[in-house]
Design a protein around this ligand. Structure first.
Ligand code: XIL
Length: 397
């Protein structure tokens, strides 16, 4: 029986609310420092996707709870704010092709459908990388490294199958990820050891064959802080171009720290990369606020999987467990504002800026500690950094 004038709340609404609340609780980061934190998203009045320059994509890496639409508060926020998605882990070799004779596509298909249903650009990450790749890919029958022909054929089948499946639906692929050392030389990855230096060119060739319409990217980190590495990336681009292969953009991952790279370094990086003729993307943006771990401490915290282990992180290595002090919060906001100002200066050189994770609770940079690298906090409330990015973007409108 309903009272006159009372807002009618039907059973479906209640069920939906309860389901969302239960989902939010289940998804709460066990390390979250705020007891009772919820993941209910605030309704920001401005959307990044409405404010970025025409032609830019503004993206976010999403995890499986999000692409499977279990994390409903996150899904709403993603759809409101962004026009591109990257898969945080789902399209990596080990996720999609764990066994030699078996591909897994269920969750991957849902990821692609997630973006398509919402009219978002769907990005593929990543085809050829030394990390998150199963050992069988590089293994020879004698227990050593596979020979060139065998490894090339495995690479070709992988790329043909995965890129081919999403032909016309995935806008662009990180074809090769992190092929360089910080000094600009080629990383001694098993791909390179097995195939030779031309493994990069081969990967781009196979990707082009599998979907001639897809954009193809080379993706790397530390390009802004290490000029020698940047020169290495430029060499890779030029070599691909000389071979007549398609390359559309270089992605600087953008795993940055407060005030490093500097604005001048970001500026210079975009200018130099763009001079090759390809576009530039910031593909995995976040700003790490935690001190680098002392040598030796890394393994311990990386593998932290239990509360007991976490207590081994000395407090000086985990200073923001109880929240971000206001001065650091403001410094983060200023750094994001400065970074976006220089990105906007290069608006015609840049095609996409993607954050590596939606909120601080979702970030890979926590890893047993409490980090605050993104624009939304653990309660999925916009931080001052969000307001600053909005202000900078809006000022150019
Ligand atoms: C990270 C994911 O965010 C984590 O969930 C995973 O455990 C490790 O990989 N550079 C990349 C990304 O290209 O694929 C990485 O993503 C972060 C560094």
């Amino acid at each position: 029986m309903q009272h006159r004038g009372a807002r009618r709340i039907d059973r479906r609404t209640v069920t939906r609310a309860l389901t969302a609340a239960a989902g939010a609780l289940a998804l709460c980061d066990p390390w979250a420092p705020f007891p009772g934190a919820t993941t209910v998203a605030a309704q920001e009045t401005r959307a990044l996707k409405d404010l970025v320059p025409r032609g830019w994509l503004i993206g976010v890496a999403i995890n499986q709870n999000q692409s499977d639409e279990r994390d409903t508060a996150a899904v709403d926020l993603i759809a409101r704010q962004f026009n591109a998605i990257s898969p945080e882990n789902l399209l990596k070799f080990e996720s999609v092709h764990r066994q030699p004779d078996g591909f897994t596509f269920e969750a991957q298909d849902r990821y692609v459908a997630f973006g398509q249903q919402r009219g978002m650009a769907v990005i593929g990450h990543t085809l050829v990388w030394h990390s998150q790749t199963p050992a069988w890919v590089w293994a020879g029958s004698d227990g050593g490294l596979a020979d060139r022909a065998t490894m090339l054929e495995r690479m070709r089948v992988h790329i043909a199958t995965v890129v081919g499946r999403y032909k016309g639906r995935i806008r662009g692929w990180d074809v090769v990820n992190e092929a360089l050392n910080d000094d600009g030389t080629l990383r001694d990855s098993p791909w390179r050891r097995g195939i030779g230096d031309d493994y990069i060119a081969k990967a781009f060739e196979f990707a082009r064959e599998a979907d001639p319409g897809a954009e193809l990217y080379y993706n790397e980190f530390n390009l802004a802080t290490r000029p020698a590495k940047r020169a290495g990336a430029i060499r890779i681009v030029k070599e691909l171009q000389q071979r007549g292969l398609r390359i559309d953009a270089v992605g600087e991952q953008g795993h940055w720290r407060l005030n490093t790279p500097t604005v001048a370094e970001i500026d210079q990086t975009i200018t130099e990369l763009r001079a090759t003729g390809v576009k530039v993307m910031i593909t995995e943006l976040d700003v790490n606020l935690l001190p680098p771990l002392p040598a030796g401490a890394r393994g311990q915290t990386l593998s932290a999987g239990t509360p007991e282990r976490r207590s081994f992180v000395p407090p000086e290595n985990n200073p923001y467990v109880n929240g971000l002090p206001d001065d650091v919060q403001q410094a983060l906001a200023r750094y994001y504002a400065d970074a976006f100002r220089v990105l906007l200066k290069h608006r015609d050189d840049i095609t996409r800026v993607t954050f590596w994770g939606l909120s601080d609770a979702d970030s890979w940079l926590n890893r047993g500690r409490v980090n605050h690298p993104l624009l939304w906090d653990r309660q999925r409330q916009p931080k001052p950094a969000f307001d600053e990015v909005v202000r900078v973007l809006a000022s150019t409108k």
